[in-house]
Ligand binder design. Structure first.
Ligand code: SF4
Ligand code: SF4
Ligand code: SF4
Length: 191
């Protein structure tokens, strides 16, 4: 059920639902800790799909979580960027390229428009630009495009989570080895 709910969620990974990402929100719905109307990017369409899946009545989006907005992407005013790397640390789908003390840029095709990079920027050089309205085409085609984008964002988010987990494990292991080496040096000195 968690996977089915997660597949409906837009994978923007914006945390407006009050959880750390789409999957944690899906888990909270299943456990009863969250309602179906807490995802602004999913909007009414998403709430209806969740209601159908769960066999409950749809309800309006909870205004406390935000408003449904047209999709947008982040843009960095590159001449103002000081290369502090804070936006890279904040991006849940690794959609920003850059290195310390160098100009950063957004990979527009991978940006979900989650806005999480905006607040950490110390020089306010990240802005959100609305995407042009999709060209009139079959609703089925629009839906298929949305699903494909969500799947792509999910893959990038999952890969980032895995990398972060590995980095944290490596850090713990390094600290453990350092502590063990210090203990050994101490006991040699005492002995
Ligand atoms: S898109 Fe944002 S608000 Fe919606 S479930 Fe995902 S993290 Fe939560
Ligand atoms: S670049 Fe900014 S708005 Fe785009 S996905 Fe990353 S954090 Fe979100
Ligand atoms: S947070 Fe702002 S200043 Fe820092 S690297 Fe990102 S865009 Fe540049």
């Amino acid at each position: 059920m968690i996977d089915q709910i997660n597949a409906i969620l837009p994978q923007t990974q914006c945390r407006q639902c009050g959880f750390q990402g789409c999957r944690p929100y899906a888990e909270a719905i299943v456990s009863g800790a969250a309602d179906i109307n807490q995802c602004p990017p999913g909007g009414d369409e998403g709430i209806i799909e969740l209601a159908q899946l769960l066999g409950v009545n749809p309800k309006p989006l909870n205004a406390h979580n935000g408003q449904h907005k047209p999709k947008s992407v982040a843009f960095i005013i590159e001449q103002d960027c000081i290369g502090c790397v804070k936006c890279i640390a904040a991006c849940p789908v690794d959609a920003i390229l850059g290195a310390a003390k160098f100009m950063h840029t957004v990979i527009a095709s991978e940006c979900t428009g989650c806005e999480l990079c905006v607040a950490p920027c110390p020089v306010d050089c990240i802005i959100l630009q609305p995407l042009p309205a999709p060209i009139e085409c079959e609703p089925m085609l629009i839906k298929a495009q949305k699903v494909a984008q969500a799947q792509r964002a999910k893959r990038r988010y999952d890969a980032r989570c895995l990398r972060k987990e590995n980095e944290s494990l490596e850090k713990t292991e390094r600290s453990k080895q350092k502590r063990a080496a210090l203990e050994m040096m101490k006991s040699k000195k005492q002995g």
